[in-house]
Design a protein around this ligand. Structure first.
Ligand code: FAD
Length: 506
């Protein structure tokens, strides 16, 4: 390669050797994992059938637009009535730049992507409570720079007194102090004072308008208002997956699912709810319900991508080890609401283009749309919450969720009152064919239960985001699909598997 005589392998080569010779594989679920399995296996000459309970493909990879339908376990279905062209992603909305397999499939399937603006210092923190800075919106840049400034000031002063620099040469200690001053924006006396980093009260302009800088918030006020609480203070770049550059599929993340659907369309059986999975000595028998009643389909092998809380209620003859894993691995609660507004007031009035506002109330987060900037209308994600907050909100009716989103949201954006048009909400843990957001492992469940599902139970393989360390990411579905396809194909062909990440052998 150094001599330019050989080409480097593409980053995501998937060169499995040998042929499937028409072996029948029944794939359960037409989410990203299931459809990717069907897509890759068909390339290898397998005969695939994909059974999907819903009327649509994509599973969690779902964008809500005009006409989208959604019911929950305790709520009848409603239909979205957003304006044409507007949408929000009820499931995935961001692709990290290092999720190369997700990006690979976007490229291979011809799905155009655009940058997703995940980080916006102009968005807000809003802390409900009794502190001096509570119940008002504060720009992220003020909170981040104030806290960074005060912390570096403390360290620089302490270093100066010789307490922190033991073990450093005098020159090195000076370098550290210089760094702290630059990092925190400290003045020549190593004090944190107002600076342009945290924004202006009056913006600079022409003539005699130098701009007016606001005083920083007091450190004690930040502390007493909960803005430094570890479960609230949030710098996206500190999280590997949330570091820019992030991407999204142009026109909605469901474009990825739709592109896969096109590739596997002849194999799909829609509105086919799997009710039983039976390992037979020489294959599998799958029982499902469709409009005509109970049906049975036999295959040589099966790949099951059903989320575990759903699978837990499907009849089967799995081994006790596998059954236990299915029952004991937990999923989180999570929900989102899309709010359509007549006017993009967050852009027009507040200079917010994409990014996230964080609250400590049940909203948790407001996401501003990262597409169609400067256009007329837009959909905000009015809350995106998790766990107890998502559970509380999920209990509410669709109407009461909207009320809550508006009531709490207008504290930050009073424009809600004038500009709101309509909403649509999804609680994933209340959604029949998911019953959870994504798998959440403890050290114990990862160690005691996860390994059982990485191996096939006789002729049934398991795939999906839950069978990876990439939980809550589409990349998990893709990686898992490839891993299982390689494993199944390795067993069929008894060939060496040319997929480097595969530690699963049938
Ligand atoms: C709120 C939320 C936000 C997310 N954000 C991101 C993000 O920003 N970026 C990112 O990359 N990922 C994100 N994800 C994760 C991503 O959506 C998932 O990891 C991925 O879509 C999972 O794909 P899957 O095929 O494993 O499962 P699923 O998509 O759940 O597919 C399972 C399929 O099985 C079907 N099914 C269920 N029961 C039956 C049955 N009995 N019979 C037949 N079929 C059945 C379902 O209908 C579904 O189609 C998010 C997920 C959620 C919920």
């Amino acid at each position: 390669m150094a001599l330019g005589m050989l080409k480097a392998a593409p980053a995501h080569a998937y060169n499995l050797e040998g042929k499937g010779n028409g072996k029948r594989v029944i794939i359960l679920g037409a989410g990203l994992a299931g459809m990717t399995c069907a897509y890759e296996l068909t390339k290898l000459g397998y005969n695939c059938t994909v059974l999907e309970a819903r009327e649509r493909t994509g599973g969690r990879c779902w964008s809500i637009r005009n006409g989208s339908k959604h019911g929950e376990l305790d709520k009848p279905a409603v239909t979205a009535s957003f304006d044409e062209g507007l949408y929000f992603n009820a499931g995935p909305s961001r692709i990290p730049h290092h999720h190369q397999l997700t990006l690979h499939y976007c490229k291979e399937l011809g799905v155009p992507i655009q940058v997703y603006n995940n980080v916006n210092e102009s968005a807000y923190y809003y802390a409900e409570g009794k502190g001096p800075l509570s119940n008002k919106k504060i720009r992220n840049r003020e909170v981040h720079n104030d806290i960074r400034g005060y912390m570096t000031e403390m360290m620089a002063k302490t270093m100066d007194h010789g307490n922190l620099d033991a073990g450093l040469t005098k020159e090195d200690a000076e370098k550290v102090i210089e760094y702290l001053m630059a990092e925190g924006g400290l003045d020549i006396d190593k004090l944190y004072k107002a600076s342009a980093r945290r924004g202006y009260l009056e913006s600079p302009g022409a003539g005699n308008r130098p701009g007016k800088i606001a005083d920083p918030n007091k450190l004690a006020d930040l502390i007493h208002s909960g803005l430094m609480d570890p479960d609230f203070y949030n710098v996206a770049e500190y999280t590997y997956e949330l570091q820019m550059t992030m991407f999204q599929a142009l026109g909605g993340m469901d474009q990825i699912a739709k592109a896969l659907e096109k590739k596997v369309a002849p194999m799909l059986k829609m509105s086919a709810e799997v009710t039983a999975i039976t390992n037979l000595p020489e294959g599998v028998k799958i029982t499902y319900k469709d409009a005509k009643g109970e049906q049975v389909i036999n295959g040589d092998m099966c790949i099951c991508t059903l989320p575990l809380p759903v699978l837990s209620n499907v009849n089967n003859n799995f081994s006790p080890e596998v059954s236990k894993a299915i029952d004991f691995i937990s999923y989180n609660q999570t929900g989102k609401i899309g709010l359509q507004f007549k006017r993009r007031f967050w852009e027009e009035d507040e200079n917010i283009y994409g990014g996230i506002t964080h609250t400590n109330n049940d909203l948790t987060q407001i996401f501003y749309p990262s597409y169609d900037y400067l256009s007329k209308k837009g959909i905000l994600i009015g809350y995106y919450n998790f766990n107890e907050k998502a559970e509380r909100v999920g209990e509410l009716s669709f109407t009461d969720r909207e009320k809550l989103a508006l009531q709490k949201g207008r504290l930050i954006h009073p424009q809600y009152d004038q500009e709101f048009e309509r909403s649509f909400s999804v609680s994933w843990h209340k959604t029949k064919y998911n019953q959870g957001g994504w798998a959440v492992y403890s050290n114990t469940t990862r160690k005691d239960y996860y390994p059982a599902l990485l191996k096939p139970d006789k002729n049934v393989y398991f795939a999906g985001e839950h069978l990876t360390y990439l939980n809550a990411w589409m990349a998990g579905a893709f990686e898992s699909a490839r891993s299982v396809v390689a494993s199944l194909h390795g067993r069929v062909t008894e060939a060496r598997v040319a997929y480097p990440d595969t530690n699963v052998k049938g």
